[in-house]
Design a protein around this ligand. Structure first.
Ligand code: SF4
Length: 650
């Protein structure tokens, strides 16, 4: 028996340290394969169904490999674990790792590293201390809390600030961005929390990061960074289904009016506090600030994504974009006259130079192999240039690294195959492993595809959905998620349900995501209506969630500019865009949504997918073959009985 097998055995380290631990074959199989990939420095892709225990199945072999190297006095294996979100990072670092370290009795040094926006910037805190009169009352109140906390924190991790809302406007004033960080020129460099956290990560045996941070490091998108990954021997990606899109983002370029606004705000601040003699500074910054706000106003009010190449060719957008360049160039010229007067203005000069370069990239919309697209937020526009594929770049990196690469998630395979995932990342020679969930889906759940549903674009659809949901909500006594593919339909259904049922209705956007979930769990009879961000990473167990209704198959909008560009590219190569891109993407998204229902061996419930295409289109089979094997029905009454029986047994 290998040390890894032994750790997972009946008398192994986990059984000794964790009460109630019992060996699970799928978990042990995964751990053995992970250990091999680490030893052979090869790549492994594992789909581990919900409940397999994949976190332990990758952490244990990685830490054992590190331990063995230490015992043989060989160079220690440095491990990077990358997760999908900050919450998962924290759970892994604060919950799973201490347990595993204890069970293996390892002395491995572990570190948690978050993105720079999560660390207090001592320099900016001091700067804004001088000008807090400019902050509004709420921001000022939060600023006072941050300042008090700053006197006591050891880590500078803003996650400790529980009494300040995550989206408080104070954070841009007290954290840094790649643009405004003074790095080695910073007078507070020695006390910088971000630098300290990075140094700790460099020295640790195992570092927990998130995908955004990983790819920022890999693509060298953050100054003074880029040292972590080249030193690692083992890379592990959990929630790996997300990484192709995140990698594209970091291997591409972006230019946002937010960056312009931040630059203007900082220049105005410098003019008011230190370079008061250079009046042109204030004027040039105000002018650019106005131009970037006017540029945003050209786009629709509601946030949207669209084709920047097309927009750029339209006269009014082309002209407004050209006007931005004139004002940015003017600000650059004025800042240039102030170079060397202080570090802050030198930093602004570098940012203006870099923004001019980024501007030119976004103006060259005819570049090949790239998608040019934009997205808007209520206040800003971000222009993106995204490579159509990251496969070549990523696979070169994997080959050159000489490391073991492990990719895992509960949703990687489509119709039992991994081609879609592997091709996107250029992982041609990687081994695969597909591990079924240990849950008994046929007993624990039922899949309902209701009959007589209107077409996906039928005007009466919201009405039909709301009325169809009522008996299910009654039978499940709330404890129901309704997951939508569009905000519009979500709001229409919410409005209708508010008239038709008495259950508390929680609608995405009413409050922050975490708060909304807390409310859902606290008010047992509630119904939660949400879109994309609730399809993933939500873990509500037991009676708290017994019914999940999905409004339709989650195909990406055909208007999505990135999808359009990728589809054209596939067509040019003689491929089938629907089969190669849209279908696999939608299958993975649906698997994620369906994965919200059964989270534990004791869980039970019904999964309703309101889309006839699942049963009357040939590609419906691909979806069905990719989902867990739930019993199926088209009859709402049967689903109602299933829920009633469940409740009666309770
Ligand atoms: S080095 Fe950058 S992040 Fe650190 S204190 Fe200075 S400006 Fe802030």
């Amino acid at each position: 028996m290998t040390p890894v097998e032994h750790a997972f055995s009946e008398n192994g380290a986990l059984a000794n340290a964790i009460s109630g631990f019992s060996p699970r074959q799928a978990q042990t199989d995964m751990a053995i394969e992970v250990a091999q990939a680490i030893n052979n420095q090869s790549s492994l892709i594992v789909e581990a169904g919900t409940g397999t225990g994949k976190t332990f199945a990758y952490l244990i072999p990685a830490l054992i490999a590190n331990q063995q190297a230490a015992e043989k006095e060989e160079p220690q294996r440095k491990i990077i674990v990358s997760t999908g979100t900050k919450n998962l990072q924290e759970q892994l670092f604060h919950k799973d790792l201490p347990l595993i370290k204890k069970s293996l009795a390892t002395q491995a040094q572990v570190a948690l590293l978050k993105g720079r926006a999560n660390y207090l910037c001592v320099y900016r805190l001091e700067q804004y201390q001088q000008s807090r009169g400019q902050l509004d009352a709420q921001t000022l109140a939060d600023f006072v809390k941050v300042r008090e906390w700053a006197n006591t924190t050891n880590t500078g991790d803003t996650g400790e600030l529980v009494n300040v809302m995550e989206n408080s406007p104070v954070f841009p004033f007290v954290t840094s961005t790649v643009d405004n960080c003074l790095a080695k020129d910073c007078p507070n460099f020695e006390d910088c929390y971000l630098i300290k956290a990075r140094e700790k990560a460099i020295d640790a045996d195992l570092v927990v990061v998130n995908h955004h941070l990983f790819f920022a490091d890999m693509a060298l998108k953050d100054t003074g960074f880029g040292e972590l990954i080249p030193k690692a021997d083992v890379m592990i990606f959990d929630e790996a289904h997300q990484i192709a899109d995140i990698a594209s983002e970091y291997f591409g370029d972006a230019f946002s009016t937010r960056q312009l606004l931040d630059l203007c705000t900082d220049v105005i601040q410098i003019y008011k506090t230190s370079l008061t003699d250079v009046k042109q500074l204030g004027k040039a910054a105000e002018k650019l600030l106005k131009a970037s706000q006017e540029f945003r106003l050209l786009f629709n009010y509601d946030p949207e994504r669209g084709n920047w190449r097309e927009k750029h060719h339209q006269k009014r957008f082309g002209e407004a974009f050209a006007a931005l360049k004139v004002d940015l160039d003017f600000l650059y010229q004025v800042i240039k006259l102030c170079i060397s007067r202080n570090e802050a203005i030198d930093n602004c000069f570098e940012r203006a130079v870099s923004l001019l370069a980024q501007y030119d990239i976004m103006a060259d919309v005819d570049a090949l192999g790239m998608s040019f697209w934009y997205e808007t937020t209520p206040r800003h526009v971000v222009l993106h240039k995204t490579p159509l594929s990251v496969a070549d770049k990523f696979s070169d990196y994997v080959k050159e690294s000489g490391a073991g690469w492990i990719f895992t998630s509960a949703t990687l395979a489509v119709n039992g195959k991994f081609e879609h995932f592997a091709e996107h990342l250029g992982l041609k020679g990687a081994s695969h492993l597909l591990l079924e969930s240990p849950f008994d889906y046929a007993v624990q759940s039922q899949l309902v595809v209701p009959r007589y549903l209107p077409e996906a674009n039928d005007k009466n659809r919201a009405n039909v959905l709301a009325n169809m949901a009522i008996p299910l909500i009654e039978a499940s006594e709330g404890a129901c998620f309704m997951l939508f593919t569009s905000y519009r339909v979500m709001h229409q259904v919410a409005e209708l349900l508010s008239e038709l049922i008495d259950n508390p209705l929680l609608v995405q956007g009413q409050m922050g995501k975490r708060k909304l979930l807390d409310e859902f769990i606290e008010h047992k009879k509630s119904v939660l209506l949400a879109t994309a961000s609730f399809w993933e990473g939500i873990d509500v167990r037991g009676d708290n969630l017994t019914c999940v209704i999905i409004d339709k198959l989650p195909f990406a909008s055909p208007d999505d500019p990135l999808l359009q560009a990728r589809s054209e590219d596939v067509k040019r190569r003689g491929g089938e865009p629907f089969a190669q891109i849209q279908l696999p993407q939608a299958v993975i998204a649906l698997k994620q949504g369906v994965g919200r229902l059964i989270r534990d061996v004791e869980d039970k419930g019904i999964m309703v997918i309101c889309d006839n295409r699942l049963v009357n289109k040939p590609y419906g089979e691909v979806f069905l073959n990719s989902l867990p094997s739930m019993t199926r029905t088209r009859n709402i009454e049967q689903a109602v009985s299933f829920l009633q029986n469940m409740k009666n047994r309770d």
